[in-house]
Structures are given as C-alpha cells and as structure tokens.
Write a protein that binds this ligand. Structure first.
Ligand code: ARG
Length: 459
C-alpha cells in the first residue's frame, strides 16, 4: 500500500523495513478507541469551523460505518497498513474521498496514539477491576465459611500462633482491594486528553481541545503539548499496578501449592483445576496455581521492558515508543487471564479442617498464651517466658503437647498453674482472645468481613 507520507520520498520503503516498522498486528486492538477518538475530533473540527459541518457529519457517519463493519467482521484489517491510525484513515478516504482527507487536520499520529492508548487502558483497567471484585468476593465467601476453622499461622514458615483460616484468607482480600484502588489512582492521573498536542508543539488552528476531551470522558486536557505526546508514565504506572496484582496472586498461589502438598494437606483442590502426571499415577498437580506464579515473571518483565525503553529517550515522540504497546498489552492480557482462572480455582478449594487443626496443635503454638497465663497470675513476662521455655523443653523430650501434660506435672514447674490453664491455652481460646483490632479473634474476623462487604458495595 502507498504510504500517506510517500510524497517526500523518491524510493518506496524496503519490504523488510516496512514490516519491521509497522505496528498494525498489535495496535489493531485499539480500533474502537481510534475511531471514537476520530469521531470526537471530527465533531470538534466541525463545531469550530475548521471544516464544514457537512464534512464533519460525513466523516462521523462513515467512521461509524467502518466501526460497525469491523465489529461484524465485514471489514478486515489490512496488515500492509503501517498502523491502525493509517488503516482507519485510508479506509475513510477510500469511502468518501477528499472529505476523508480532512480528518487529520490539526492532529498528528503522535497525539492520536497517545489518546488511543489512554482510552484503551482506561477500558481495560475497568475490566480488571471487575475481575478483582469477583476474586475479592470469592475470598470473602470462603472466609465467611471458615471463621471458626483453626490453622497454624506462620512466620519464617515455622508455626507461630493459631489463627482462623478466614483471617489468613482475608489478608489477601486486603491486598486485592488495594490493587483495585491503585488502578483507580493510576487511571485518575492518566485520564487527561493529549489530543490537540499534535506532533509536539500544538497547532495554528483554533481548536477546542476541551470539547474533544469531555466528549471522550476525560477529566481535562494535558497541560503541555510536548509532555502530552512524550510520556508513557501512565502505562508504567498501570503496569506496576499489574505487577503488584501478580505479586499477590503469586504469593497466594505459592501457599495453595504448599497447602495442597502431602506435607501440609490443608486443602483439597477441585479435580477440574488440577492435572495428572503422564507417568506417576498418584499425582494431582496444582498446575493452575503454578502457572499463575510463573506468569508473574513475565508481567514484571513487561514493566522492566517499558521502563528501559523510555529511559534514554529525548523529548518528544520517538519511534521507540511504539514498543509500549506490546508490553502493556501483554501485561494486561496476562493479568486478565490469571484472574479469570484463579477465582474459580479458589472457589473450588476444600479446606481440610481436621488436618489444619492437628497441625495447629503441634509445634507448641500456644506457648505464648501459656506465658500470658502466668503473667495474668502475677508473674513478670520475662520469668513466665523462661518457665514456659523449660516446660516446652520437657514436653519435647517427653513427647507431650502443652495440652497433654498433666496438671501435677505443671505444678512442678510453678504453683501458679491450675486446672483452668487447659481452657486458657486451648486453640479456640488462643484465637478468640486475640481481640485487638485487626486480630484473629472471631469477632474481629467478622468485622473484617464486613469491611470487605462495604468495599464491594461502594467501590
Ligand atoms: N504506530 C505509532 C506508535 O505506535 C504511531 C505514532 C507514529 N508517529 C510517528 N511520528 N511515526 O507509536
């Protein structure tokens, strides 16, 4: 296809160079945003008298037809076009001749592409927030079913203190809620229209940038035309939000993988989200969680790729910036796919409550509570800590737990011990007693569930 800019050149572009230069195979994704942006631009050109109302209307209605034809499959992208912007403009001109050629007045592909990506990412961001909501809802439901399910809480992957399984799950809900609001923050900064910045310096035409911006749902216009076409910080921000979503999904996946292992056996994954082995008949592999964990590296890579692309670029537009799209699209697509499969996998998880409870009984997980018991009876904490340390040492040798040592034996360590100690250090009491705000106490868990519900209803 003849290039729009062919007039200045004596020779056609080398075929390899042409292929290397073109971006239509990936930026065709933005056809809807490109066309909507062009419609708003044409409306503004008409309203300001830069082109006639008749021409403006003709352009707008034909762009509408092009959009409809693409959506119903009647019009296919011409992969020999350089990019989506050139394709749409060429198609318009093919359909309405010279009038179509007026669309690009007071505009450049530099501000056009900067506009299209913002609109595209804005739409995608809303979709991802919708998927995050579904995930948060699934976590909340699992948590509500498991308020009284007791498991060991860990530090250093060593059993630390007993907790409610719901408490552990809700920790992830908090992370994903922040991810949701982080996306909103990034979109709020991104939502300014660069259109009208033109190539870099603005234009001599008396355009109305604000009219275009408000027609397209932007909160305003970018203030400096060079900045408007030069930066892709909004892509980087969104990609770093994507990276954090993956960080959270990956940690959650890691735990699901551990919990599903024979070593832990805290959960059973639904058969429909696991795979078998081609050689070991006993295997039930958590592939989905592993792949989500694996794809995290890829999303981090996309972020690093774009940061690196941008770091040495002089202002304003450089062709290097065309590389933004594959990176940001991949990051978005990957997160979308991961969320899509992770949520139903989570919904299918069956907690093996007895195993969790048994694990919480071992490992002297209630030792802190035994020390607190002595403190309540009047012993200073340091002395209580020491006494309990001695008791734990005894229990390890005698193959006892803190709940199985008889009271007579306890009394040998301190005469402050009475029968009530067993209730005080039962796992249920240990969890229930942690009443501080945000703690694992059952009542606190219910408040956390309410907090998540409020978020889902109001965000
Ligand atoms: N396909 C280009 C991109 O994605 C559009 C902008 C081209 N501008 C230019 N001056 N060559 O960045």
């Amino acid at each position: 296809m003849d290039k729009m800019w062919a007039g200045r050149f004596a020779k056609a572009l080398d075929a390899l160079a042409d292929d290397f230069n073109s971006s239509i195979h990936f930026d065709c994704k933005m056809y809807k945003q490109d066309i909507k942006g062009s419609m708003a631009h044409a409306a503004m050109l008409g309203a300001t008298g830069i082109i006639s109302n008749e021409e403006s209307e003709k352009i707008i209605s034909t762009l509408g037809e092009i959009l409809a034809d693409i959506e119903c499959g009647k019009l296919e992208f011409d992969m020999s076009s350089e990019d989506i912007h050139m394709f749409v403009e060429a198609e318009l001109t093919k359909r309405i001749g010279d009038t179509g050629k007026r669309l690009h007045t007071a505009r450049s592909r530099n501000d056009q592409v900067a506009l299209d990506i913002r609109m595209y990412l804005r739409d995608e961001a809303a979709e991802i927030q919708g998927s995050l909501h579904k995930l948060i809802e699934a976590i909340k439901n699992k948590a509500s079913e498991n308020v009284y399910t007791i498991m060991p809480g860990y530090t250093h992957l060593q059993r630390g203190q007993p907790i409610s399984f719901a408490h552990h799950l809700l920790a992830y809900a908090m992370m994903f809620m922040r991810d949701c609001t982080r996306i909103s923050d990034a979109v709020a900064r991104m939502n300014y229209s660069p259109l009208g910045s033109c190539a870099l310096a603005g234009t001599t035409y008396a355009t109305d940038r604000r009219m275009v911006a408000s027609a397209l749902g932007f909160d305003g216009v970018t203030v400096n035309s060079i900045d408007g076409v030069s930066d892709r910080d909004f892509c980087v921000e969104l990609m770093s939000a994507m990276s954090l979503i993956m960080t959270h999904l990956s940690r959650f996946s890691e735990e699901i993988i551990l919990w599903a292992s024979w070593e832990f056996k805290f959960i059973e994954l639904d058969d429909s989200f696991t795979t078998g082995s081609s050689i070991m008949p006993q295997k039930k592999n958590p592939d989905i969680a592993e792949l989500v964990r694996g794809k995290t590296g890829r999303v981090y890579g996309d972020l690093m790729a774009l940061l690196t692309t941008l770091k040495g670029l002089p202002l304003a537009y450089n062709k290097d910036m065309q590389e933004d799209k594959e990176a940001v699209f991949d990051s978005i697509e990957t997160v979308k796919k991961c969320l899509e499969v992770f949520t139903p996998m989570l919904e299918g998880i069956k907690p093996l409550k007895d195993n969790m409870y048994r694990a919480a009984e071992g490992g002297f997980i209630n030792a802190t509570d035994l020390a607190d018991y002595l403190v309540k009876k009047g012993l200073p904490f340091r002395s209580a800590y020491k006494t309990v340390g001695t008791i734990v040492g005894y229990a390890i040798n005698a193959n006892e737990t803190l709940l199985s040592i008889p009271i007579e034996k306890y009394k040998e360590f301190s005469d402050l011990f009475c029968e009530d100690l067993y209730k005080e250090i039962s796992l249920e009491t240990c969890v229930e007693k942690r009443i501080s705000e945000g703690g694992t106490g059952f009542e606190q868990i219910k408040k956390q569930i309410e907090y998540v519900e409020d978020f889902l209803n109001n965000d």
